[in-house]
Every structure is written in structure tokens, then in C-alpha cells.
Design a protein around this ligand. Sequence first.
Ligand code: GMT
Length: 375
Amino acid sequence: MKIGITCYPTYGGSGIVATESGKELADRGHEIHFISYASPLRLTGALANIHFHEVEVSNYPLFDHPPYTLALATKMAEIAEAEGLDLLHCHYAIPHSVSAFLAKSMLFPRRLPVVTTLHGTDITLVGSDPSYLPITRFSIDHSDGITAVSGFLKRETVRILGAKSHIEVIYNFVNCEKYRPLRNHPLRKCFAPGNEKILIHVSNFRPVKRPTDVVEIFARVLENIPSVLLMVGDGPERGNAERLTRKYRLEKHVHFPGKQDNIEEFIGISDLILLPSETESFGLVALEAMSCEVPVVASNVGGIPEVVRDGVDGFLAEPGNIDQMAGFALTILGDESRRGDMGKAARENAKERFCSTKIIPEYEDFYRKVLDPGC
Ligand code: GMT
């Protein structure tokens, strides 16, 4: 198939899922055309069967806000014609599925099916804002196929938007070969020279991720167990998390390495991941950790319980319950054999239910259904 993929090219779960799915599909022989304002961050080097088309948004003094949605629609239509695309796949509804609807309408009567994958905040935060709700609902209902990354997100889409079309749940995935345990990797010694336990948090540091809770949890863990904390990523709450680190005089134990490309190495050397989010439609980083045999302490919200089995792959607590999360972290880190068993169970779960070798064929089947709805 010739597939156009549009996503946010920056760090963030939806862009990662889009990019990695494009790479996996290309490996399976499909021709992939990424269409976005910049090349997705994980799309490095020359990759067979993969092309990138940049959307240039011309500015004009009259425009306070350059109309990216229109430039994207124009580029989608142009590439669909020039490259003979079979379909467009939009990751994150706003504004991508609106642009795709315009591109499809511009090319009519040529058929250009549109698949939209909902990732979370495109429904739960941005899509539910009255400024965007009606057009988000419209673009979803006018997609030829809709997928959501969890059952929770599917239910929320129906509840918040009143979306009428069928929504297929296709879970996010992980490459289980790339994300594997790396506890003997030299990077571990850099952060834990005295063999301290390594806790990790990876996010875009938006308020919804509650990164200051991570520092609070870590402060409680450190009182009992020699440990270090890796706060990987960047975003608006990073300053607050750094200030809290200084307030508690934890600077020697907490590292803020910023955005990292080799995220699988940072996670692979860790003993435990903390994800105390306010809401999370899936929690991709929890899955990546599970694949690395790293147990999870996370919030019991959204799609997380569909991914992390409470008491098996880690523990889940109410968001904001710092003491309970710290208690869970101590339970796991205080018993190496239990930690190891949980890690192994987590990797088995990741391999069995969320491995890219299982999920990518689900996308292929879905594309076939959209292309030939009669079959
Ligand atoms: O987390 C965000 O701010 C946005 C979004 C993104 O693009 O990274 O994340 C969502 O999509 C991820 C990939 O499907 C999911 O793993 C995240 O759970 C989801 N974030 C939220 O629901 C807050």
C-alpha cells in the first residue's frame, strides 16, 4: 500500500507511535509518505520505502496565525495525486483530520480514504474545548476509519463528542527487540556508580504529567533506599520540578538530562518507572518500560489499567496520592527478587499483547477494511 502519514513531528507519544508505525510498515514493504511541517524526530537517516514531504506555511502580515491547516490540506492533496497514495492516516485529530477531510474533498471524485487515530488529549483536553469540539466531532465522523489507542479513549470520544461512527481500538505498540533490559549497560554506572536504584520519569513535562509529584515520591524513597532519579524530557513544568529538587536539596540525586534520542537505553538501565499523570489515554512510556523489564508505579486513570496490570506489572494508585505511590515504589525496590519477577511479568505482557509484530498487522487489516469496505 502507499500510505500518507501525518503527525506532530515533535517529542510526544502520538508522534512516536506515528513514526514507529511508518517505519514498521515500510519494513513490511509498504511505501510511506510522511507529510508534516518538519521531519519526525525519530525519522533519522535514509530509510527504505520512507519519504518525507515538508509542509511550508507561507506567512503574510495580515495573518496573526499562519493557516497551517490549509497548507497541510494542500500538501496532502498534492502528494496523494503525485505519489498515487491509497489512503491518508492522521495521528492526533486536531487539525490533521480536518486537513485530510479538505484534501479528500479537493480530490473528489478520486477516492482518498482517511484514517484518524485518536491519541488522548486531542479528545480529552483540546477536543473537548468548545472552540474545537464541533469541528473535531465533524472530522472524526467524516473519517473513513477511526481508531483509538485504548478502550478508555473510545468511551471518552463517544461520551465527550457524541461521535457516531464506529471506533476500533488498536492499542499502542512497542518494538520488543529495541526495548529490552539493559541493566549491564555502561550508562548505568554513570548515573549509579554505587549501584543505587535508578528511578526514571519520561515525559513532555506538561502539567497533566504531574512531574513535581515524581520529585515528591522520590524524596520519600530516598529516605529509605539509596537511589537516583532520572527526569528525562522537557516542557513547561520542568522548572517547577527543578525548583522542588533544590528545595529538598536533592540535586546530587536527581538528574535532568533533557530530551534524549536513545530513550530505550535510559529506560533499559532503570529499576522502576514513575508515571503519576492526572490522565493518560494509554501511557506509552509505561509500555516501553514494561518491555525493558522495568516495573511501573502509575496513576490508576484512563487507559493505564488496560496496559499495566495492578499488582503484576507494577502498582496503580489514585493520581496525587504521593504517599501511596512512594509506598509502592519502596515495596518494589526493597525486594530485588520481587522487582525482578514483576519486571519479567511486565515484559511477557508487553510481548504478548503490545508487540509491534502483533499490532502493526492490526493496522494493515484495518487499512484493508477501509480501502474495501464491502469485504
Ligand atoms: O500527552 C500528551 O500531551 C499528548 C499525546 C501525545 O501526542 O504525546 O499523548 C497521548 O498519546 C500517547 C500516544 O498514544 C498516549 O500514550 C498518551 O497517554 C496520551 N496522553 C494523554 O492522554 C495525556
